[in-house]
Design a protein around this ligand. Structure first.
Ligand SMILES: Nc1ncnc2c1ncn2[C@@H]1O[C@H](COP(=O)(O)OP(=O)(O)O)[C@@H](O)[C@H]1O
Ligand SMILES: [Mg+2]
Length: 158
């Protein structure tokens, strides 16, 4: 596995979180897996809305956490698979869930509550984003071994 790159960024507003998401969506390539970690209300779904925008998902397409189903699929320049593991039971049989179907797909997969995933299911390459409450805004920590996501700091400045 390539060395992990880390980058920390402060997002002062929900609007900025959307902007960051959009940049990520614009950088994303087929097969990418984006793991979102952070407490309830930190902005994982908001970030996903931005990612959808960056991937060209039509403007009025509803982007909401898949709570009662496991995955939402949105039509972008690649399919965007939006997964939320929040409601999964601790003793879930991961082999029955079929997460691999999305992780090793031709689309872009975004997983909320990725901290619940067992390490054995992590793909070899990923972008992981930890989101923390910080004053009025949020701190985001990017961790990745995907070359083009290592430029994220540069893209966020422009
Ligand atoms: N950088 C930010 N600063 C302040 N509020 C934010 C920021 N990013 C997102 N929010 C807000 O936080 C809330 C997060 O909601 P949501 O994305 O549903 O969280 P999660 O999916 O992590 O539970 C939204 O109301 C959104 O407006
Ligand atoms: Mg959510």
């Amino acid at each position: 596995m390539k060395k992990l790159f880390k980058f920390r960024y402060h997002s002062p507003s929900a609007q900025d979180t959307l902007r960051i998401g959009k940049k990520i969506g614009e950088l994303a390539q087929k097969g990418d897996v984006i793991l979102l970690c952070g407490d309830l209300g930190t902005g994982k779904t908001w970030l996903t809305k931005g990612i959808a925008k960056g991937l060209g998902v039509p403007k009025n397409y509803p982007i909401t956490s898949p709570s009662f189903v496991f995955v939402h699929v949105y039509p972008g320049c690649f399919p965007l698979y939006h997964i939320d593991l929040y409601r999964l039971e601790k003793d879930v049989d991961w082999s029955l869930l079929g997460l691999e179907e999305y992780i090793f797909s031709e689309g872009v997969t975004v997983i909320e509550w990725a901290e619940k995933m067992p390490a054995s299911l992590l793909p070899p390459q990923y972008l992981k984003i930890y989101i923390y409450f910080s004053n009025e805004g949020r701190d985001l920590e990017f961790v990745t071994n995907i070359a083009y996501f290592k430029q994220i700091g540069y893209y966020l400045k422009n």
